[in-house]
Ligand binder design. Structure first.
Ligand code: CUA
Length: 362
């Protein structure tokens, strides 16, 4: 193709003030294409910064996730070789056997036992190898650790937040606290619809199905916060159903357990706005959905007994700050579409008092 061939000026060129000279116009087109290509590569480049991606499956941070990652590598290599080989053969056939003239037609053949056996047996062997590798890992990661050596937690999916119940009676929401270097055995249950638990740096993805208990093991090497989210469409705020796994050193984890099993402060000892907030907590109906040990026994929403031990709330959408609590209490379904917590039409004064009370839930 002669790129320098003169061509009629297009409307878009006229609008963009493209040069009238065809040679210059071609140069402009080339520059635009080059810029677009450079932009594309820059974009791809940004996708390679591994450390900054909080949900990178290819950055395992524990033995379970590492086992899965170790499976990705050989399967990717096998798939890569097949991809290159198939595309090379397609190109080879297209070029080598192209139609060379109007009356060129290929030699007609029928059947080739060697070829047919070859392209049946080779893929079967390749798939068998991949299958054996995969099955080995599946059985391995599904093996339930002995109850004594693992920390056992029941995880319940709700529209749209996660509930965690520990063996020692701690009940918390959205953020799962675990010790490093110890297997954590999760029983996954759902209260309403199908969700999926997915902490990509620590394990794979597993559906959370009503009426069933699925099982997952996670483990973290190092202390840190590992992001995840619900990975099965579960309603309006599916995309707002985040989760965090917070891994502590065993000593720090013991401190966390201490803080979360301590007796809550007596409501009768509260004064001022906090005391008024505590009574609003009952009169406005919060108490009928939320448990605060020793004060209320609601079961519909998250247990708030040790609310201030958490760093996030509302499906880990928000950091636990007074400003965010205020925003949330003004209009929960407005912040998180489909949230079951209703808008209670609270006044700013009532919100201030409720937050004063929530702040005492250490
Ligand atoms: Cu729960 Cu999506």
């Amino acid at each position: 193709m002669n790129l320098a061939r003169p061509r009629p000026m297009r409307n878009a060129d006229a609008l963009l003030g493209a040069p009238d000279d065809p040679e210059e116009a071609t140069l402009t087109t080339r520059k635009t294409r080059f810029a677009a290509l450079a932009g594309l590569f820059a974009l791809l480049g940004t996708a390679c910064g591994r450390e900054e991606l909080p949900q990178n499956t290819l950055d395992p941070q524990g033995p379970v996730a590492r086992q899965l990652d170790d499976l990705v590598d050989p399967v990717f290599v096998i798939a890569g070789i097949i991809f290159v080989l198939v595309n090379f053969l397609v190109l080879l056939v297209v070029v080598k056997y192209r139609r060379r003239s109007e009356d060129d037609s290929p030699k007609q053949v029928h059947g080739n036992a060697k070829l047919e056996l070859g392209w049946t047996i080779a893929p079967a062997v390749i798939l068998a190898v991949v299958g054996i590798l995969t099955l080995g890992v599946i059985f391995d990661i599904n093996e339930r650790p002995a109850a004594a050596e693992a920390l056992n937690v029941t995880v319940t999916g709700h529209q749209f937040w996660w509930e965690y119940e520990y063996e020692n009676g701690i009940t918390t929401a959205n953020e799962l606290h675990i010790p490093t270097g110890r297997k954590v055995s999760l029983d996954l249950e759902s209260d309403d619809v199908v969700h999926a638990y997915w902490p990509p740096k620590l394990a794979g993805l597993l559906d959370v199905v009503p009426g069933r208990t699925n099982h997952m093991v996670i483990e973290a090497d190092k202390p840190g916060v590992y992001d995840g989210q619900c990975a099965e469409f579960c309603g309006m705020s599916h995309a707002n159903m985040y989760l965090k796994v917070v891994a502590h050193t065993p000593e720090d984890f013991d401190d966390w357990v201490q803080a979360n099993t301590a007796d809550p402060r007596e409501v009768s000892a509260l004064t001022g706005e906090a005391a008024e907030g505590a009574s609003l907590f009952r009169t406005k109906g919060c108490a009928s959905c939320h448990t605060v040990k020793g004060y209320s026994a609601g079961e519909f929403g998250p247990d708030l007994t040790h609310l201030q031990q958490r760093e996030w709330f509302a499906g880990a959408m928000f950091e636990m700050t007074d400003q965010n609590l205020r925003k949330w209490l003004r209009d929960p379904p407005g912040e998180k579409p489909g949230a079951t917590m209703p808008n209670l039409e609270l006044t700013e004064d009532e919100i201030t008092k409720l937050i004063a009370y929530l702040d005492t839930l250490q």
